[in-house]
Design a protein. Sequence first.
Length: 224
Amino acid sequence: MLGGGAGLVFWSIRKLRRGKSPSHRGATLDTAATTVADTPPPPRGGARDAAPQPRPDSGHQTSPAIFLSYRRHDSDDVTGRIYDRLVSAFDKRSVFKDVDSIPLGVDFRDYIDRMVSRCDVFIAVIGPQWFGETAPNVRRIDGDTDFVRLELESAIKRDIPIIPVLVRGARMPDEATLPVSIQQFAYRNGTHVRSDPDFHHDMDRLIDGLLEHLQAQGSNRQRS
């Protein structure tokens, strides 16, 4: 696949069912962000058994809502688990992965920029090897064509909400350690996703935060 070792995932929010088990599914709809805005959130700490009613099919595809950015050799396996939980809470049909979905022959820089521009929320998974060191003082993140850097640059210039997700004990990078074009990333408030037995609890918190952003996006669309 293309260089940089980064993976990226995004999907349209069509399924608002949020449960701790992937077997619990929600309703499918094409105007999910608006439905979230109209639907009161479930009680904190309570069961998530009530799914919002689907709206009639409008006959058009919604834009992707969530973009998941990660570096393969840094967090491939744990990102796979995060992806599975998000798919169980939302929808798999609009999942995008670089290894499967970037068309042959296209400029991957333009394609990444276009895909990021369509999302409402950007998730950056950060593990201990997120900078992509290949040798002493040589890092992939410093390259102009590094996938992870391109994704972040696109999200930052569009002021898309960015949620850092720290895994495997990683810490947020300091501003001075980042390329100038993505130094703002150092100040984005993030969350930890730990391994079992805390994984699902942490993912519930992340999903709650995503839904808050999507609710705000839906309210903005209604006002516009």
